[in-house]
Structure formats: C-alpha cells, structure tokens
Design a protein around this ligand. Sequence first.
Ligand code: SIN
Length: 532
Amino acid sequence: MKITSDFLVIGSGIAGLSYALKVADRGTVAVVTKRDMSETATNLAQGGIAAVLSEHDSFDAHAEDTMVAGAFLSHEDVVRMVVESGPEAIRDLIDWGVEFTRGEDDNYDLTREGGHSHRRILHSKDITGREIERALVEAVRKHPNITLYENHIAIDLITEAKTANRQILPNRCLGAYVLDIPGNDVITFGARFTVLATGGAGKVYLYTCNPDVATGDGVAMAYRAGASIANMEFMQFHPTTLFHPHAKRFLISEAVRGEGAILKRRDGTAFMGEYHKLKDLAPRDVVARAIDNEMKVHGDDCVFLDITHKGPDYIKERFPNIYETCLSFGIDMTVDPLPVVPAAHYLCGGVVVDTWGETNIGNLFAIGETSCTGLHGANRLASNSLLEGVVYGNRAAIRCIERVTDHLPPFPSIEPWDCGSATCSDEEVVVAHNWDEIRRSMWNYVGIVRSNKRLVRALRRITMIQEEITDYYWDFLITSDLIELRNIATIAELIVRCALERHESRGLHYTIDYPDTDDGNWKRDTVVSKGL
Ligand code: SIN
C-alpha cells in the first residue's frame, strides 16, 4: 500500500503538531504517530514554557541564562533567535486554544525554574503539556487537510540514495516506510517534505520520566539514512522524580523548587547550599549530580523535597496533579517531604539542523527534541524545550511553504517494502532481554557520572546486542518492539560514542577521567555520521 502527501510528519507532540497546523493550508499533511495522538512527552510536561513576557525581564537575560545553563556550548545566534521568537510562539499557542494560568491581576502567572534569573515560565497549573497537547490535537483533528495515522510506527526513511542503492549527493528524502501496527502491514508513505518530530530517547535508560514512546526513533532513522547527529552525550537527568516502587519515575516539576521547595537529606538538613550559590535553583546538571553524590555518600536510596512550609491550600491549588498523584501513592506532600531521585529526562543532542530545522538530507527536517539546533548546548535550560518545539515547527513550516510555491516535480516511484523470507518470531524473549540489557547497561555505565572504562564496557555490550538485533531483524517479521529495540540500540551506541569522544566534563557530560572543562579543545559540538 502507498500513501502520498505533501507533508509527512512523524510524531505528534508540540513540534510536529504546530508544524502540521502551519503547513496544512498549503497542502495535504499525514501525521504518523506510533500510539494514540497524545502519548507524547509534551503531554507529560508539567513546568511550562519559557518566554520573555514581563517588563522586568529581557531577551538579554533569557539568552544569558540559556548560555550559562548550556555551559557555553549553545550557539549564540540560535539562542538569540529562539528567545526573541518566544512572544510570537506564545501567541500562536493561545490562538490554537491553549489556556495558560492567570494570576489575581488577570495577567499570565509567570513561575520560576532552575537557572532562570527571572520569572518567565508560562504554565497551566502543573499540567502545561497536557493543556498544550489537548489544544493542538483538537485543532489538528478539525483541519480537513490533515490525516492522522495513529498506531503507525515509522521503520526507516526512504531516500534517493537508498532507492538507487548508490551514493547520491546531495541526497534527498522521499518519505518513510511505516508499520501499521494493528493491521500488521508495512505502508510506503511518499512525501515532498518529511519532518521528524519523534521526541526524545529517555527509554534508553532504565529509569526515566519519559513516556514509553521515547525510543529515539527519529534520531536513529536519520542516522541510518546518513544525517549528521550531534551532542548525544548530553542526556539530561531530571533531578526530582518520585521514588516509589509503583510510580514509574513520576516527575516532580522543577516549578516546585521554583516556588520554594528545598532538597534535604534523610535527617532533614538542606544540602544544595554546599554545591552551588543558587542552591535549589542551580542548573539541572548541578542539582542532579549533587543528589547522585548525596545518595552515594550517605548510602541512601533517595533524597527528600520539602515544600510543606507553603501550606496545604497553596500546594493543592498550584500543584493539583502532583499533589493528587503523590497522594495516590500514599504520600501527602502538604505534610511530608517527597522522596525523589534523578531520572533520564531530555536528550539535548539529536539530528543536526540549520536554523530552519532542515537536516543535511534534502527535504528532511527534524524539530523538537529529535533535533540538535544549537539551543541547548551541553545542558538545556528548564522550559526552553516546549519553546524550541513551537519556534522550529513554525520555521520548518516557513521553509517548506517557500518551496511548495516552486514547480514541484512529480512524486518519484518508490519500491514497496520487501520482507524477503522473514517469518513470525517464536523468540520474543530475545527482544525483551535485549531491551532490558541495553537500558541497564546505560543506567549503570553511562549515567550521571561516567568513566572511560565504563563507557568502553557499555559499548562492548551494545555492539554485541546490535549484532543479535541485525540477525533477528532480517530473519523475522518486523514488530513495533523490534523496531524500537533496534532504535534504542542505535541511540545507546551514539550516546556512548559521543561520550567517549569528548575528553572533558561539560554540562551534562561528567567523566572522572577528564573532570575539568577544556574550552581550548572542546568548546564545540560532537558530530557523528554514518556516511551514505
Ligand atoms: C519540569 O516541570 O520540571 C520539567 C520542565 C522541563 O523539563 O523543561
């Protein structure tokens, strides 16, 4: 089966859906998403979206905070552009129906998070992402030019070079092969423009607050197609996720610390003052490393986040979702400090793109967490990710629309998917085992504090698993579990390779072998590619 459209969007979070809405009046749009529309990281975002909206704030201050958090690896031109696009991005969201929380004076309530020098985070209580996803999904469902393909998972990109089975420069993307999961059928999606908006890759680690869909599919597919990938060593660990056997690393928003919560040891002493002058509102990499250190030094399973001093009425009104969720696990945050641990949260690296979201493969774009735009550098400033998603959704749309007005060639013919002599697998246990082994190796050897020895050990294991996956991939009919396994193995390999390459510690990459930052040699991105 073959489906053609002008624009193919893979992923249904803030970046993909805002792009779809921006291009939909200019052509047909197919949105492919591997579960339900709203099963995205956007939907889980609690804190909010950063933008300069207060007269006390400035673009300079937001840019400076972003550069500092990013350990000065962020690209200054990109930072400036994104920060200055903030107010327009917020207007777009409001026009699409997003409702942000207002204060008593009826102005938007601006909260604070780590690394921000001003109050500049718009939020919808503590379910900002859910509110944004709701509004965007509603708008997308109403648009007659947009067709949604839920429960469809992309397998691989189709490029001219791949179709011709030889090197073609410049290469061009023609669409993607996609598995219709319930129909168990591989569909060829042909498109003039293909946009990767598949989100992040937290599932490559054993503990993550990301949704199950975060398997780095866009980055892995782009890498296999020959795109440049950068800065994969910079995986952000969120300092505070709920420590509870049944909580699956539920996020405790940084806004809780923004509103005054204090990190404490088991005996009740506050400790962040011993690590950074901004104490509990230090940049995220500093707080996550401090917690990791506290747990190791004191042999504790977790540390504690205390906001009880703000009183029950305030806590229930400001953080209703966090309050209710913790209560469902038997923890009343108005009375007791919350047990918290760090968990994998955000991939700062990704597919290298220009300031319009275009990759080094023609007509292939990457936006949102899938991309590496240069905004986040070595560590993302809190709440800059939703902002980046809308800004680049818009910019990629502008670039594609400019090209739509040219005389477009007819769709090239694309070979349908060939499953060869593959049969149904009777060894699903191999897939499950390999999933677990990759995630455990990454957590144990490629976590918050790294060393050469551990990285090499991880790479050895990942390489062995990749060999098994390759055999399995050719011998058995494809399933979504196998597609995701193949992708997390690629992501694990890329993270380790980038980490091994960087001989310094900077932002989220901390290694005991090179504990200092080395601006002379390493103030640059780590770029890897497979070749065509
Ligand atoms: C949070 O609410 O702490 C997450 C915000 C973010 O990661 O930007």
